[in-house]
Design a binder for this molecule. Sequence first.
Ligand code: OTD
Ligand code: ZN
Ligand code: ZN
Length: 343
Amino acid sequence: MNEITIIKPDDWHLHFRDEDMLLETVPATARCFERAVVMPNLVPPVTTAELALRYKERILAARPAGSSFTPVMTIYLTDKTSVQDIKEAKQAGVLAAKMYPAGATTNSDSGVNSLESLYPVFEALAENNMLLLIHGEVTQKHIDIFDREKEFIDQHMVNIVERVPNLKVVFEHITTKDAVDFVLSAREGVAATITPQHLMLNRNDMLDGGMRPHNYCLPVLKRSTHQQALRDVVKAGSPKFFLGTDSAPHAKHRKESDCGCAGCYSAWSALELYTQVFDELGVLDKLEGFASLYGADFYGLPRNTETVTLVRESWEVPTSITLPNGDPIVPFFAGKQVSWKLK
Ligand code: OTD
Ligand code: ZN
Ligand code: ZN
């Protein structure tokens, strides 16, 4: 097959950032995605309905002319989030709340320290038919960074899913076989997003033959057996697993630094790279479900009606992009060949 047409996809996990950065990130995503779940980890974070509505306006203002792209807004849970905050978010059209354990990833310092005290908030999310999106890693410093996702499942994920049985939970950007197995065997109403980098790479791609800061993201790349488990599950085509790029831009000097930021800016190539992976796996017929159907179904949103077409054509990801403030940024897969192209 040299051409594939699918229902227009959505990105169920994405970082746009703010201000003039939106002039770069919003067009990059709107070029092929109809909707995107916008992560609230701004500085300061998007913790309330009001902040989410204002952020949404800024995103809409950055859309290319004629674009119908629609951001799906989220709020950021902190130790102070109240049931009232959830009700107000619901009224404002916010669909989901994002939980970062404090310190788990970029801009998560205001995240949750005491998960136990958030159960009333989780209940309120369920009552309001909103989703809980989870960055599933523990932050205890004595736990090895490669084990933090599995630890989170054992310490917290199992409890959350059991104690709030009607809450829809998305285990974001999963990276391990443990997470795959957990989601596969979990009750209805538990799903996961998977990034292009975790399907394409393992930790050797970050550490072997030199340190590659542009492949550094959180949760960190794992060993190849985990990568293989992610590839196997998308190959099988379970509707519990869907597309979330986790595209997360940082200027070049912030990545290539003695304490480099985590995040891969994949928006310009993510859909093409997912297509390449599904092609490698021999299941291009499963791409549409993963990219365009399962996420909308899980969120309870209508499926898109437009289509996009990808063609088998090799192109090279640029080695650098200039941000609106003049800073260079190195996109994910920079300087490498991609075998599919958006028509
Ligand atoms: N991971 N970088 C960022 C967020 C994600 O955990 C995440 O969702 C970021 O830069 O905001 C990253 O590596
Ligand atoms: Zn995260
Ligand atoms: Zn993210």
